[in-house]
Design a protein around this ligand. Structure first.
Ligand code: ATP
Length: 453
């Protein structure tokens, strides 16, 4: 029998790195934390923003057939009746009669409590939507929900987008934003939290072409993860069985990632058919259809939905990037983050704190940070400083030494290859720009000419 696949890094190591270096903190930590809510610290916020930017660039900016949207989190409560969430967005909940812990019965392997072996109650359905009230009166008429997905904002704006952008089928709407689910079982760090961010696309197609577009989006999305450095062997497609399909879905495939706790969903891609537009049309009384000029008739498009989680992508990228090796004679921890995602693109490291060298290095730093998030570190030995940058995934260190004052050159040290090259300060920006874009450049020591391999 083959060994079950195992992720190369344990969750504790990632949690500890994230905590220590300011990627992620427990929410409201000084009050003991709030279950399954997390705060992204100075480096975490950069990585998270870079993930969202990379998604937006590839899915919206570089496509003719996609437009963006930022719809509000609070929506008319009838949205959630029409979508089926008020009725059906629930998990079966059981409670242990001895220790009173609660579990999702569909996730349990036996009919006993996994914690203490106690007897469990009968399952009852528990709605995952967070409820609140709008306005000063707290009664049934003022109930609103925190959205559990961003998708509905795109369905209800279908006509607005059609009328204002003149898009023809097939085309998509893309949105990034917060969603909230009162999950029964949480845990595994940021994998499942109660407040999280999604990156969702609703792609509208002619009925009959839906299978082709479904296959297209599955491939497109796997390629996106691979393009950001996630190893293909850590990604697996899991088509849903007929019986497990959500009420709206004609087909669904999960892109699973090999997380430290095992294979689990990173993104879901669903063929939603015409369910959403039909539901909202009948509930709102608005005709949500599309006039097909070729066929000279109104049709209701089918929808393909690639729905990804920002936080799960964050976790998958960290798992994939984490590495331990030896460099310059010392053990080091490093993150092989794609340059587009690295929170800090380069760090300027003056070899000494002596004033004339420090002010020279600070000028270089001031110039580079006009374009990128750049770090500056002059504390402790150069080796320690390299280690600190490796651990947060900074692709390049720029070392400024006393010779730099004379020859106006600095040394670029590469995180992954440990290669060092000396470049004239005049061409530092251009060199970093090219290297961050993935071009392999090197510079001849004498004359400082930049060569492209
Ligand atoms: P799961 O089965 O893991 O609960 P789901 O199938 O309910 O996930 P979807 O409704 O398909 O998830 O949501 C799309 C994406 O949103 C998921 O693939 C995931 O990346 C993200 N997501 C969903 N729920 C959460 C959560 N509680 N915490 C973090 N991310 C989430």
């Amino acid at each position: 029998m083959t060994e079950p696949a195992k992720a190369k890094v344990e969750m504790e190591k990632l949690v500890s790195l994230c905590r220590r270096r300011g990627f992620i903190f427990p929410s409201s930590e000084i009050y003991g934390g709030l279950s399954s809510c997390w705060d992204y610290g100075p480096l975490g916020v950069e990585l998270k923003r870079n993930i969202k930017d990379a998604w937006w660039r590839a899915m919206v900016q570089q496509r003719d057939d996609m437009v963006g949207l930022d719809s509000s989190i609070l929506m008319h409560p009838r949205t959630w009746e029409a979508s089926g969430h008020v009725q059906g967005f629930s998990d079966p909940l059981v409670e242990c009669k001895s220790c009173h812990l609660r579990w999702r019965s569909d996730e349990l392997e036996s009919d006993k409590c996994p914690e203490c072996g106690g007897e469990l109650t009968e399952p009852r359905l528990f709605n995952l939507m967070f409820k609140t009230f709008m306005g000063p009166v707290e009664d049934d008429t003022s109930v609103v929900y925190l959205r559990p997905e961003t998708a509905q904002g795109m369905f209800v704006n279908f006509e607005n987008i059609l009328n204002t952008t003149r898009k023809r089928l097939p085309f998509g709407i893309a949105q990034v934003g917060k969603s909230f689910r009162n999950e029964v079982t949480t845990g595994n760090f940021i994998f499942r939290s109660r407040e999280f961010e999604q990156m969702e696309i609703e792609f509208f197609v002619r009925p009959g072409t839906d299978q082709k577009w479904f296959d297209y989006w599955v491939e497109e999305r796997i390629n996106w993860y691979e393009g950001l450095g996630i190893k293909r062997e850590n990604l697996k497609l899991r088509p849903h069985e007929k019986e497990e399909l959500a009420h709206y879905a004609r087909a669904c495939s999960d892109i699973n990632y090999l997380f430290p706790m095992g294979w689990a969903e990173l993104e879901g891609i669903a063929n939603r058919g015409d369910f959403d537009l039909v539901q909202h049309a009948s509930s709102s009384g608005k005709g949500l259809s599309y006039y097909d000029e070729e066929a000279k008739e109104h049709i209701v498009p089918y929808i393909i939905e690639p729905s990804a989680g920002v936080d799960r992508t964050f976790l998958a990228l960290l798992c994939d990037a984490y590495d331990e090796d030896e460099a310059e004679g010392e053990k080091r921890v490093l993150l092989h983050l794609h340059p587009d995602l690295a929170p800090i693109k380069a760090a300027v490291l003056p070899l000494s704190r002596k004033e004339h060298l420090a002010s020279f290095a600070r000028e270089i730093y001031a110039d580079l940070r006009k374009r990128w998030m750049v770090g500056y570190d002059d504390a402790q030995s150069i080796g320690r400083r390299y280690r600190r940058q490796d651990e947060i995934g900074t692709p390049f260190c720029v070392t400024v030494d006393f010779e730099s004052l004379e020859d106006k050159q600095v040394t670029i040290r590469e995180r992954d290859s440990l290669r060092q090259i000396r470049v004239p300060i005049d061409s530092l920006k251009a060199t970093l720009q090219a290297k961050l874009g993935g071009e392999d450049l090197f510079v001849l020591p004498d004359g400082g000419k930049i060569w492209k391999k």
